[in-house]
Design a protein around this ligand. Structure first.
Ligand code: SF4
Length: 404
């Protein structure tokens, strides 16, 4: 079938199969892919509203045993640069988020063997007791797998316990590319296989949680493997309808073990448009301005995206790999309006919350993203004293074992 014939099927609202998606992705001119994706965006969101959320990406620890080769953020167990945030530091971050109109933390971190499931439960409960309406969008599927292994409990039990403590929704991080050949090459197969990632999401959806889905492309995968990733997401969404949105971002190579070259902006726009065509059961697609910058983020709105993601306030992971874009609410709104759309704040469930906050009250401008901790600050979190250390390094630090 020619790309024009496939385009005709997309325009008629028909579902594309793998070979048709492949033909479009590899052969269709970029303007055609953009036009098709924009038409789908217009059918789904005809009022030309583009949403965004005010929240904060908090990485509660950078200590991680997974050691993914594309990650510039983690520190090995026992590293002098390793940190775990104290509960008080997290409360301060929540207070600052509420001050600028935010209502949610996106809470993710490394796979730290010295943080048991109880630490997460205590944190979530304490947050909910202090801030009852504040939302916790927390723990990507590999973190849930890590907790299941650490606590020797089945994934559904871990999810139920986290929900019982206050978990509201799951971010779709750690998906990278949902193909095990790629995951082995990226050294992220052991943290969670493609099936394990999908399975956590299946259990989360069955337990009533809504989640997002992500894709990190541009490392070692083929175009066909990117498509396989999209088709796996589409199949699970057919089954559970639990995904609220899809977010694609490009691999950021700086300071990583894997190294390499970052994908181009055109590659990003083609990938985003193809995702909009394939993911015909996803309501929302986010623009990834954090990796692409504000202007490509704005262009994303013509390539299928209907959401500008997060105002964010803080970010640590992408910054560690060399990307340092920052937009406060004023700039995000300007980008949306300059592209001819109407901005609306939203929550994680994509319920619209109203006009921009800065048009209702004075908000200090922010020209840089905060970080989890100031460089070199490794003050121990006081709560760690409440949990038995598990790693040799932590036991040594507490004097539980002698130096080796
Ligand atoms: S991507 Fe996540 S799991 Fe992988 S090394 Fe970095 S912090 Fe650890």
């Amino acid at each position: 079938m020619t790309t024009e014939a496939i385009a005709g099927r997309v325009r008629a609202g028909e579902r594309v199969g793998f070979d048709e998606a492949r033909a479009l992705y590899l052969d269709a001119p970029t303007h055609l892919l953009g036009r098709l994706a924009d038409e789908i965006r217009a059918r789904r969101h005809p009022d030309r509203v583009v949403t965004y959320i005010i929240d904060r990406n908090v990485n509660y620890t950078n200590v991680c045993v997974a050691r993914c080769s594309f990650c510039a953020f983690y520190r090995p167990v026992g590293s002098p640069d390793g940190y775990v945030l104290g509960f008080d530091e997290i409360f301060r971050k929540i207070d600052e988020t509420i001050e600028v109109g935010g209502g949610q933390l996106l809470l993710q971190g490394g796979h730290n063997p010295d943080l048991p499931l109880e630490w997460y439960e205590d944190l979530f409960r304490t947050v909910k007791a202090r801030y009852p309406s504040f939302r916790l969008h927390a723990l990507s599927p590999p973190e849930v797998v890590h907790l299941a292994r650490l606590s020797r409990l089945p994934v559904p039990v871990v999810i139920d316990r986290l929900i019982g403590a206050g978990l509201d929704s799951l971010p779709g991080g750690g998906a990278e590319i949902l193909v095990d050949r790629v995951r082995r090459l990226l050294n992220c197969y052991t943290k969670a296989t493609a099936d394990e990632w999908i399975d956590v999401m299946r259990h989360a959806h069955r337990a009533g949680l809504r989640t997002t889905a992500t894709m990190m492309y541009g490392s070692v995968e083929t175009p066909e493997e990117r498509l396989e990733h999209l088709f796996r997401l589409r199949a699970l969404q057919d089954e559970t309808h639990g995904f609220t949105a899809f977010i694609a971002w490009s691999y950021q190579p700086e300071h990583t073990e894997l190294q390499g070259v970052e994908a181009t902006g055109v590659d990003y726009l083609r990938t985003l448009a193809t995702a909009r065509i394939v993911l015909d059961n996803f309501e929302n697609l986010q623009a990834s301005w954090v990796t692409q910058g504000g202007k490509v983020g704005q262009l994303s709105l013509a390539f299928g995206a209907n959401d500008m993601g997060s105002v964010m306030i803080e970010e640590n992971v992408v910054r560690a790999a060399g990307a340092s874009y920052c937009m406060d609410e004023i700039e995000i709104v300007a980008n949306i309006e300059d592209a001819g759309f109407t901005p609306q704040r939203r929550n994680m469930h994509y319920e619209r919350l109203g006009e921009p906050i800065f048009r209702q009250r004075a908000i200090a401008r922010r020209f840089g993203l905060d970080v989890a901790r100031a460089d070199g600050d490794t003050t121990p979190a006081p709560e760690l004293a409440n949990y038995a250390p598990r790693s040799r390094a932590a036991r040594q630090a507490r004097g539980a074992v002698g130096p080796s």
